[in-house]
Design a protein around this ligand. Structure first.
Ligand SMILES: NC(=O)c1ccc[n+]([C@@H]2O[C@H](COP(=O)([O-])OP(=O)(O)OC[C@H]3O[C@@H](n4cnc5c(N)ncnc54)[C@H](OP(=O)(O)O)[C@@H]3O)[C@@H](O)[C@H]2O)c1
Length: 336
């Protein structure tokens, strides 16, 4: 683990660390995704469903019979059609729900709409993220990478829990204790797509989350790592606070996606070629996410973190209950 702790802190080292980790066969997958792991008739909400990993996960889930609610910031008609086509032979369906993670009002509107429709989400997957090439201020006055990667998932997931759209007893009183959820039903699940890059940040650094410090492309990976540390710390804390919702986090490993879309134009074609040659195709990278959403073999498990299909302890900072508590209180003050 000490190896990985040092090397996810710049663009170049993160890429090499990711490839090395991907090809490291020293720890074995603890299970495999099976064709029989299905989600027939179950509702899955997923953010960032319009590209890369999120799109591939959506297609895979639809092909397992799920009703996929694709949360996107844009119309994404082509992507919607491809998820519908993947689901059609197997009873899976899809629809687009609009929300922009840089604008909390759109996330709150989405939660209101779902609550009014009396939707019950079986699996919520927080996947949307961005790697910005410079600091940008969002509508809500935060730096964009911080808001999209860490604050928005907290607003969305807490909001869905508080309104009972993800049924649970702790936040909304509509879980199993209320008999609103039959005792035989599988527990709702939350799956958060984090990153091994979280190890590059050693402290939460919560002093002034509203401060927008300028950064450039060369600092973007370190900054991204910090946002993923906040996300993973939040996810672990959420897992500690929920007894009747299973919470999982993972790093999907290096994925040939559009994550480097803000790399300098001159670098992009080489990056694309490199990603194609050495990173996993999104369809393959989707397996661990789909596994965490669909496998009955992890029913009732809570607050795990994994890299691909290998169980791994998160960094000390992400795992610390004290940090989790502190972050929770900070987010409550900042976002409520
Ligand atoms: N790629 C990797 O090597 C890698 C490694 C470790 C972890 N991850 C994680 O995997 C997840 C998926 O990333 P990816 O690799 O598939 O990247 P991607 O192809 O760039 O997909 C990112 C998704 O997030 C959406 N998104 C970005 N900003 C948004 C906003 N403001 N509001 C709503 N949606 C927004 C994008 O929507 P648009 O289509 O509209 O842009 C897109 O659907 C992320 O959490 C990432 O951190 C990726």
């Amino acid at each position: 683990m000490a190896k990985t702790q040092k090397i996810y802190d710049s663009n170049g080292t993160a890429v090499w660390a990711g490839i090395r980790d991907l090809n490291d066969k020293s720890d074995k997958p603890y299970d495999t995704l099976l064709e029989t792991d299905r989600l027939d008739g179950r509702t899955v909400l997923i953010t960032g469903a319009s590209s890369g990993l999120g799109l591939a996960v959506s297609e895979n889930l639809a092909s397992r019979g799920a009703r996929v609610l694709m949360v996107c910031r844009r119309e994404a008609v082509r992507e919607l059609n491809s998820v519908r086509a993947a689901g059609a032979p197997y009873g899976g369906t899809a629809e687009i729900l609009r929300a922009d993670m840089t604008d909390f009002a759109t996330i709150r509107r989405l939660i209101d709409d779902l609550a009014e429709r009396r939707e019950r989400i079986d699996v919520a997957i927080s996947n949307a993220a961005v790697v910005c090439n410079a600091a940008r201020r969002t509508t809500d006055g935060f730096e964009e990478m911080l808001q999209v990667n860490a604050l928005a998932p907290a607003v969305l997931l807490k909001g869905l829990l508080e309104r009972g759209v993800i049924p649970n007893d702790g936040f909304s009183g509509n879980g199993r204790d209320s008999a609103a959820l039959p005792a035989s039903a599988p527990l709702p699940r939350i799956v958060v797509v984090a990153s091994e890059a979280h190890r590059s940040a050693k402290t939460l650094n919560l002093q002034d989350l509203r401060k927008i410090e300028p950064y450039g492309m060369s600092d973007s990976t370190a900054r991204y790592g910090w946002t993923k540390l906040l996300l993973l710390t939040f996810t672990r804390e959420l897992g500690r606070r929920l007894t009747d919702v299973s919470v999982h986090a993972l790093c999907p490993g290096p994925v040939n996606s559009n994550i480097a879309r803000e790399a300098p134009a001159i670098v992009r074609p080489f990056a694309k070629l490199f990603f194609t040659l050495f990173f996993q195709p999104p369809e393959k990278a989707a397996f661990p996410v789909v596994y965490l959403a669909a496998s009955p073999r992890i029913e009732g498990r809570n607050a795990g973190y994994q890299f691909l299909m290998r169980r791994r302890p998160p960094s000390e900072a992400a795992d610390s209950a004290e940090n989790g508590h502190l972050l929770w209180d900070t987010l409550d003050e900042l976002l409520d």
